[in-house]
Design a protein around this ligand. Structure first.
Ligand code: HEC
Length: 194
């Protein structure tokens, strides 16, 4: 390839990189929240009541699931924006603290198996995206009592999380790519972005 062709190729590649990054940053908080909630973060796995056919209609994130064991009577709570029975009256900070530090608005610790250790590493923007998502789901009135634990719960899940920086965006955007573009993306990442 001649020098001129090489320069054109580099310019085209840089154009692709910039447009991919542009797309990633153009994603709004509720869009990012929807993506996270429907994939890895998946609060509904536990907080949405299910039957053999799957999620119960009209109960999205409204809790209601119960598990009884020898040392616990676990109750899944309503995390819809209903002000009285859900988390509608909680501030953003209180919701973020519950997700990343396992501390409720009333100061009490959240017991297992909520994957708080995993949520602690979510970036500031991602956890805000989840709050944005939770704020716009339908409020559902469903009162659930507290779980009962006959064993001591952890005192905490670690020190306050503080600030978690954003992950490199190229990885975040690769889900929009077709398989053959993944390799290209990885190579671009290595050569031009990092
Ligand atoms: C693997 C199951 C699981 C997943 C996934 C999960 N939770 Fe939980 N969550 C629980 C359990 C169990 C409790 C109650 C534990 C207890 O009562 O000790 C709880 C409690 C809470 C509470 C406290 C509610 C209250 O009224 O005190 C909030 C808020 C909460 N979860 C939000 C979330 C959010 C937001 C997500 C997703 C980012 C999430 N949870 C994902 C299991 C889960």
């Amino acid at each position: 390839m001649g020098k001129r062709h090489l320069l054109i190729a580099v310019a085209v590649v840089m154009g692709i990189v910039l447009s991919l990054q542009g797309n990633a940053l153009a994603e709004t908080l509720p869009e990012r929240g929807t993506y996270l909630m429907r994939s890895i973060v998946a609060c509904g796995t536990c907080h949405t009541l299910k039957d053999a056919k799957g999620d119960l209609p009209g109960m999205d994130l409204a809790g209601g699931f119960r598990i009884k064991g020898p040392v616990f009577n676990l109750v899944l709570r309503n995390i819809t924006p209903d002000k009285e029975t859900g988390i509608g009256a909680w501030t953003d900070k209180q919701i973020i603290r519950a997700i990343q530090e396992g501390i409720r608005a009333n100061g009490k610790i959240i017991g297992p198996p909520m994957p708080i250790e995993f949520y602690r590493s979510m970036s500031d923007r991602d956890v805000k995206a989840i709050v944005a998502y939770l704020r716009q789901v339908k409020p559902i009135r469903n009162e659930e009592e507290d779980s009962v634990w006959k064993i001591p719960l952890p005192q905490s899940y670690g020190p306050p999380v503080g600030s978690v920086p954003e992950v490199p965006r190229m990885r975040g955007v690769s889900r929009h790519l077709k398989p053959h573009q993944h390799t290209l993306c990885k190579r671009l990442n290595k050569v031009y972005v990092l």
